[in-house]
Design a protein around this ligand. Structure first.
Ligand SMILES: [Mg+2]
Length: 197
């Protein structure tokens, strides 16, 4: 077991740009449909994507996008600093990816993580009923947690950081916030160093 402090990192919209991947997948799948207009990730207002992907008319089709291999082919880190900052954080912290999904989504996520973040050994893949946004079944005592959904931060982690831009589904968070991975680095590497000097 590592002596480093644990840092639990969320997957969708914290490590990776899931909104862009969802829109790109939709644009590939529906490009030949007569009523197709390209989905623009910047226009999103709700997390079920109806606003930018109107040809996905039922719940099952919307859900299936998260298990589509195309989604994981086009999926990218959320910003250009994500990978280099994670590598630097890995020196100091025990990184653990903690994410919620369905079994098929989690299987593809695990493979994406193995290919794209080979230096991270630990994943916690949560399948909790109907993908309820809660990670409280994981013991994060003493740890730092980064996530883009406020309800996922309601467990027992010691330092809670809400990641990313403000969206309708993450309003109402009054705790710490980091807009991007540069500010995560500043908060978790540089700020601690300043305090020690
Ligand atoms: Mg997330």
């Amino acid at each position: 077991m590592s002596n480093k402090r644990r840092l639990f990192v969320d997957f969708d919209l914290t490590l990776v740009d899931s909104i862009k991947a969802y829109a790109d997948t939709y644009n590939i799948m529906f490009k030949d449909h007569p009523d197709f207009t390209p989905a623009d990730p910047k226009m999103i207002t709700e997390y079920d994507f109806s606003c930018i992907c109107p040809l996905l008319t039922n719940k099952e089709d919307k859900k299936a996008m998260w298990n589509n291999p195309v989604f994981f082919d086009v999926l990218q880190f959320i910003d250009n600093d994500t990978l280099p900052v994670l590598k630097r954080l890995h020196e100091k912290y025990e990184l653990i990816i903690c994410t919620i999904g369905t079994p098929s989504n989690l299987a593809l996520k695990a493979l994406w993580l193995k290919d794209n973040l080979p230096f991270i050994d630990n994943y916690i893949l949560i399948n909790n009923g109907n993908c309820e946004m809660s990670k409280s079944i994981v013991n994060m005592r003493g740890a730092i947690q980064i996530d883009d959904i406020p309800s996922n931060l309601e467990g027992n982690s010691e330092i809670k950081i809400l990641f990313g831009k403000e969206y309708p589904w993450n309003r109402g968070w009054y705790g710490e916030r980091c807009l991007n991975w540069k500010s995560v680095e500043k908060r978790l590497l540089f700020a601690e160093k300043d305090r020690m000097e």
